[in-house]
Design a protein around this ligand. Sequence first.
Ligand code: NOJ
Length: 549
Amino acid sequence: MMEKQWWKREIAYQIYPKSFKDSNHDGIGDIRGIIEKLDYLEDLGVTLLWLCPIYKSPMDDNGYDISDYYDINPEFGTMKDLDELIEKAKAKGIKIIMDLVINHSSDEHAWFKEALKDSNSPYHNYYIFKPSVNGKEPNNWRSVFGGSVWQKVEGRDEYYFHSFSKKQPDLNWENPKLRQELYKMINWWLEKGIAGFRVDAINFIKKDQRYLDGPVDGQDGLSACFAYARNQPGIEVFFDELKRETFAEYDCMTVAEAVGVKYSDLGIFIGKQGCFSMMFDFNYCNFDISEDEEWFRRQNWTIKQFKELLFTSQREVQKLGWIASFLENHDQPRAINKFILDKKDHSYYSQTMLAGMFFNLRGTPFIYQGEEIGMENFERTSIDEFDDIGSHGQYQRALAEGFSKDEAMHFLNLRSRDNTRTPMQWDNSEYGGFSDQQPWIKMTGSQDTINVASQIHDPHSIYHFYKQMISIRKQEDTLIYGDFKELETNDEVIGYKRLYQGEEIICLCNFTNKIQDIPDIKGHILLDNYNNYQDKTLKPYQFVMIKSL
Ligand code: NOJ
């Protein structure tokens, strides 16, 4: 029996506050900018906003390095602004979820400062410190952004552990006192009236306690930390307690960000007793790069292979829980550039086909800002044009592995996280209506042609296609609660059904610029990006959604 929790009906929209709308003329997006755009979000039809971190932070990793969990970073505004946003959004039927970053804090957090000052302080045990081994780092693990996971503590024979940047020391989840501090903070936010959290890098909270060296897998002599610091056995004990002490006490929604989770481990995340309402599944999203997530290890792929990854994800999740489906986020490039390599084929049709493909899957859809107007990647020529700490790390990794600067730049243009962090393009002015000042990060350069103002009154726009999809979803329970079933089609067509209480809705997506034959399906056309569907064929990049009779 399908449970009808409220969060299954939500239409989520992810905001990267730094790049959404600048209200105070400093080139940086802010909370008041989001308030200004609430009418826009309401018009689009979204019902829930995920805000990327706006807490106090030195912004080494753009807010994923928090120095005070109870405060707002001044560049985004104040707690009063946030309260106003929550209230005004609520009046429009829009809920807010915050980013919850509890695998690590900033090295500028008061706890860490205390830990550094005094190794006898109780805060020392809030983080992971180890003595040197033979005068060197305690082991050879590589951090996610490159370089060792260990950073030497000045003046002491010890190192601290960081899965991400050295300004993001990992919190020591083995310490019950630290865990209680985090639960207190989580409950404080839930009491405030937010609808829940997107939970950052939560599969990193358990480390292999042996801290043994791994096999060297790169020219830097290091070993990717993933096998020891992510998805480790025993993590479910932390998950159980986290849920019991916080989420379970509220009618909230949580979505776990967890890369590299095996399907056999889904239960601890989203099973009946699992910790979270839903999760993002990256198994079908990082198809263009190797499993170790190094951007320079490009991987060839076909539509058929992608389809298999996507369908496997839907099948596996359906066995036990719920998922958050997405095309883009602030760590991924723009979807059109990832899926359709030939720029000649980037069009209203290919954009809306991709949108239809992901939006109608079984799960709560998440739209990333700018996706609804078809924003695309940029093309940068120098490493100096990149802000993202991950891009700098990957550039160095590529050079160390023997690639030329041009090759390294090519990998960044394809994969850099900055691709989706460029300012939202509201109109065709110099800074895209995002700000009247030079933005903190360079624009894509396409704001002349891709912007909200030019689409909002055009019924034949990507924006309107999203709006239509959203409104159809709100009317069709089958698209929310319906089971997923794959449809047999040509290799380069993705087809699936949603089934609910005897009703069937069928989605068909042509991933090519050629006409494709499809099965004969009779019914009422709910949505068609060409508006002239003819039986048994799909035009280039056509998407149709048919309610069968
Ligand atoms: C995942 C976040 O989405 C990403 O932006 C961040 O760099 C890492 N976690 C570390 O917090």
